[in-house]
Design a binder for this molecule. Sequence first.
Ligand code: GLN
Length: 198
Amino acid sequence: MKIGVIALQGNVEEHVDALSRVFDGEIVKIKHKGIVPSCDAIIIPGGESTTLCRLAWSEGIAQEIIGRAMQGMPILGTCAGLILLATRGDDEVRKTGQKLLGLMDTAIDRNAFGRQRESFESPLSLPFIEGGPFNAVFIRAPAIVSAGDGVEVLARLDEFIVAARQGNIVALAFHPELTDDARIHKYFMDIVKKHSRN
Ligand code: GLN
């Protein structure tokens, strides 16, 4: 099995490390087109969504991600990754002319928490993991402000949705790769394994 981490910018190594704790197959860092089609799953890390988005389209990676997502390939998007996955951006996204991937029926606020608090940690109860709350690290974090019926809300913080799933796509407003707790990466791997068996 092969899992790709989009490596255009942002928390790439941290995701590779976190993934390698729960997955012993091949992990590839993706900077160019031509690799996503052979991946069984991908992770879109946090970073700066404008840069990530621009590079993903110009490198031809965005088009490949959309193609594979249509075939059901599992995707984990964290922080800026959550922004890229959304169908609807906010004014900031519109102003910068960002073209999102539009794979998850969600509307996002690009800097929902960032405006108030640059970074913070919060214990989150997540329905899909056992062993108590997950210490979620938020950094200039976005959030989902509304979601369609096909989207399962996994966690909320204040008035925002901070974790959600639509089919095989999981979006998180926080950074599970920045903690030693691999439970979320393990949860994602369970989705990947289940998908590859089908
Ligand atoms: N809010 C940031 C953006 O718009 C994302 C922050 C992050 O990924 N840590 O790009």
